[in-house]
Design a protein around this ligand. Sequence first.
Ligand code: DX5
Ligand code: ZN
Length: 225
Amino acid sequence: MKIELAPSILSSNFAQLATDAQAAIEGGGTILHVDIMDGHFVPNITIGPPVVRSLRKVTKVPLDCHLMIENPDLFIPEFAEAGADWISVHQEACVHLDRTLHLIASHRCKPGVVINPATPVEMLTEVLDLVHHVLVMSVNPGFGGQEFIPNALNKIAHLARMRAERNLEFRIEVDGGIDPSTVTDVVKAGAELLVAGNAVFGHGDIRHNARQLLEAARAAALTRA
Ligand code: DX5
Ligand code: ZN
């Protein structure tokens, strides 16, 4: 499994989004993680389809849209049309999760499912064969710069075992509190798509931060094999 860094633009300077995103890609980011919050599912409001549309014009890397919103079915077509490549929805926000994942796929986007820290991996048993990626939240969603919740490691390892046992191919993504001090453990546990906001954009040089995280992650992957 290929280790990839997905810089989360939530912590970028939105007044110079294209420049910051480009710097993160030059530092080795191969996916841009875009956090969509509605002020209902999570206690924060961020951005919507117009920003996805603008980002689409300045980069070719996959746009990984993490929907932290209620009633995601209402907005999936618009995010797809704006240029999202991957769309993930929270298990906790979807009454008809199977239908929602098929809706994402019908718009030619890669469907992903997300679980909050308090949601057990078992809640996903019946949809693991439908998803391109499973996103394990390692903070309670809503804000960047929070502290990593260590139980995410057990959940990642559990998912990796389920994937091997059932011979499935979904990718395992982790989001929240990923920095040089936590990245080694999450990669060893089995995560391969690493979302990082604050650690990439929060301080210092964006290219350097991205490169450093990716190097630590790749070194950890070597010890895992
Ligand atoms: C939190 C978001 C994350 C956030 C991660 O609700 O889903 O993607 O940007 O930020 P850091 O890496 O700062 O924890
Ligand atoms: Zn996110």
